[in-house]
Design a protein around this ligand. Structure first.
Ligand code: HEC
Length: 218
């Protein structure tokens, strides 16, 4: 007897649940109910959204006049060959030659931004050159060996021929780091090109290419 009572109770419960499900009719298109949505909605506006906090109603405010955002120091050159030469005369890398940390950071910048075209060792044979991108000149044998650091900065910032400008992708610090790493690749390339003769071992200073020591001369 008790069993049939349980069955009746369960049937009633099932009917009540079906009725409730029909009454609620969950619509998968609409969001669920929110219960205590305390932190669901942040008062912080989206960068490109609007904000009542400023007179112009914009969330993202332009920099105040006569200020420069950190790491966004502008260079004042035109994207011309003449200004590339001028940049070579005027701009000096802030990275010391023995700054291994900056060169390691430059290696990371290079790996991500340059190696696909210029190749891991700077020979101008990156993977993209096998797929239609015109191969860039070698850093080891090309004219970049003679170019001053500031001129490389001009190439990196404003581009040159088939090379796109990186002025907006990389901070100026990252560009200097990449240049420091290009110098390291050039030193390695020059060392590898040396015949394995005794003088290269006894006079290791001869191993570095002309450009880095040239640019140190006043
Ligand atoms: C999409 C391919 C590509 C990428 C990525 C690229 N370059 Fe280049 N780069 C070129 C090409 C092509 C040239 C030759 C441009 C010309 O003179 O016509 C070049 C030229 C240069 C030169 C001048 C070399 C010379 O002998 O005139 C330098 C320096 C240089 N690139 C550095 C870099 C650095 C550093 C990066 C990474 C931050 C980089 N490039 C990323 C394709 C690329």
């Amino acid at each position: 007897m008790t069993l049939s009572r349980v069955n009746v109770a369960l049937s009633v419960l099932l009917a009540a649940m079906l009725l409730a499900a029909w009454a609620i009719r969950v619509d998968p298109q609409t969001p669920n109910w929110e219960f205590l949505p305390d932190m669901q909605y942040s008062p912080a506006p989206e960068a490109l959204g609007s904000s009542g906090s400023f007179p112009d109603g914009r969330a993202w405010q332009p920099s105040p006049a006569e200020t420069i955002a950190r790491e966004q120091m502008p260079l004042h050159y035109a994207a011309t060959a003449a200004d590339a030469i001028r940049a070579g005369e005027e701009l000096v890398s802030p990275i010391a030659k023995d700054d291994a940390k900056a060169r390691a950071a430059g290696a990371a910048v290079y790996r991500v931004n340059c190696a696909m075209c210029h190749g891991p060792q700077g020979h101008g044979d990156g993977p993209s050159t096998k797929r239609g991108v015109p191969p860039p000149p070698s850093f080891i044998t090309g004219k970049s060996v003679q170019m001053k650091d500031g001129q490389l900065m001009h190439v990196l910032t404003y581009g040159q021929g088939g090379m796109a400008p990186f002025g907006t992708q990389l901070t100026i610090g990252e560009r200097w780091q990449a240049i420091a790493y290009v110098r390291e690749l050039q030193a390695q390339g020059a060392a590898a090109a040396q015949p394995a003769a005794a003088p290269a071992v006894t006079e290791p200073t001869n191993v570095s290419p002309a450009a880095p020591s040239e640019r140190d001369k006043p």
